[in-house]
Design a protein around this ligand. Structure first.
Ligand SMILES: C[S@@+](CC[C@H](N)C(=O)[O-])C[C@H]1O[C@@H](n2cnc3c(N)ncnc32)[C@H](O)[C@@H]1O
Length: 209
């Protein structure tokens, strides 16, 4: 179940961009939100390393990686989002495909980022996406997930409202699940979770052994 606002937000980018700007205030603004993946993984990566932004949308969270000099590929299923990404971020290498079965070679990335996208997948598909990420990472490569987490008392209501207006059941299902435990079960190592924005966001890093 979701409201009529969700398809509108995906159709009209200004709605999507405004909602992102407002909801990112709790983490320090949209630039901070977009840079959360780079911020935590940069110390682990060689200059110019190959990075995949899985479910890149219009490429906003890939942009900081490009600016920092990494070789960035963005994958998304939505041609409309990819067209916009090509216009906004010409250096981003774009691939149209499913995150559950990405048309990309094994062990071809030093890092993979998923920025506020994992909650889009039902539980069974979420597992396929994470298995694909493991396959695409080189040994010792890093995954960073930035996504919703059950908010603390101050942001509980705003988060519920946000989910009711803009998300589907897959987001509420993800809020019930223990993502770090799932990553460990799938074979990732060094799993670390940080809670941000009044616990409403989680940033998880994990490594391919
Ligand atoms: C909430 S947006 C996040 C976009 C971007 N990561 C960001 O931080 O702005 C979720 C994205 O996931 C993409 N997506 C949803 N299901 C997908 C799938 N099965 N395979 C690839 N991309 C998918 C959507 O097209 C959308 O661009």
């Amino acid at each position: 179940m979701t409201s009529f606002l969700r398809p509108l937000a995906y159709r009209y980018r200004w709605i999507y961009d405004t909602v992102t700007a407002v909801s990112s205030l709790s983490v320090g603004g949209v630039e901070r939100l977009r840079g959360l993946g780079l911020e935590v993984l940069k110390p682990h990566l060689k200059p110019g390393a190959a990075v995949l932004d899985l479910c890149c949308g219009s490429g906003e969270a890939a942009a900081p990686w490009l600016v920092a000099g990494y070789s960035v590929t963005g994958l998304d299923v939505a041609p409309r989002a990819l067209d916009l990404a090509a216009k906004r971020h010409p250096a981003l290498q774009l691939v149209e495909g499913l995150a559950e079965d990405p048309p990309l070679a094994d062990a071809s990335f030093s890092a993979i980022q998923m920025s506020v996208a994992l909650h889009e997948f039902p539980r069974s598909d979420r597992e396929r996406v994470l298995r694909s990420a493991l396959r695409l990472l080189e040994p010792g490569g890093w995954l960073v997930l930035v996504d919703l987490h059950p908010a603390g008392p101050w942001l509980q209501l705003p988060q519920q409202l946000f989910c009711a207006l803009f998300e589907t059941d897959t987001a509420t299902a993800m809020l019930e699940d223990d993502l770090p435990a799932q990553l460990e079960q799938l074979g990732f190592s060094g799993v670390t979770q940080e809670l941000l924005a009044g616990r409403a966001l989680q940033r998880i890093t994990a490594k391919r052994p």
